[in-house]
Design a protein around this ligand. Structure first.
Ligand SMILES: [Zn+2]
Ligand SMILES: [Zn+2]
Length: 104
């Protein structure tokens, strides 16, 4: 028996985009939603299975992280943004966050 690193393709439960698994990211590059399936990144050990909403962007140019919150259990996680992520979705999320900070 040897440990296998599974690379899983999946269909986004939010927007139905077919996502090619990279083995590192499990969020949808189109809508940025994820699913609560890991306790530690990649272990697929979480039993929650809830959808994870993209909350905000952290980091700086060249190294963005997406902060997700599980809609079921409320846990927050941050993951590295992928190079295939939809830039408009990232910008929209970042500006939503900036608006919340700079709003009236
Ligand atoms: Zn999606
Ligand atoms: Zn959860």
């Amino acid at each position: 028996m040897s440990f296998q690193k599974r690379v899983e393709d999946f269909v986004c439960a939010k927007c139905a985009t077919k996502v090619k698994g990279s083995g590192h990211t499990n969020h949808c590059p189109q809508c940025l939603w994820s699913a609560h399936v890991d306790n530690d990144p990649g272990d697929r050990a979480a039993e929650c299975g809830g959808m994870m909403e993209p909350l905000r962007i952290e980091g700086s140019t060249g190294h963005y992280r997406i902060v997700h919150r599980c809609v079921v259990c409320g846990i927050e996680r941050s993951v590295d943004a992928g190079k295939d992520d939809n830039i408009e979705a990232l910008v929209a999320l970042a500006s939503k966050n900036a608006g919340a900070i700079m709003g009236p």
